[in-house]
Ligand binder design. Structure first.
Ligand code: ZN
Length: 50
């Protein structure tokens, strides 16, 4: 098992939908990945480093 490369289901922080896609492995920082919600079509950052 590896956490790297695992595509976790990320819920949209705006509408709560889990219908999201990953746009980029890294966002503005290495700790963030860029996702987009397919329901409200808003991009959002997912913080990987917690
Ligand atoms: Zn949404």
């Amino acid at each position: 098992m590896s956490l790297l490369g695992a595509d976790a289901v990320i819920a949209c922080p705006l509408c709560g939908s889990e219908n999201s896609e990953r746009l980029s492995e890294f966002g503005s920082t290495a700790c963030k990945a860029l996702y987009r919600c397919l329901d409200c079509r808003e991009p959002f950052d997912y913080f990987k480093c917690i």
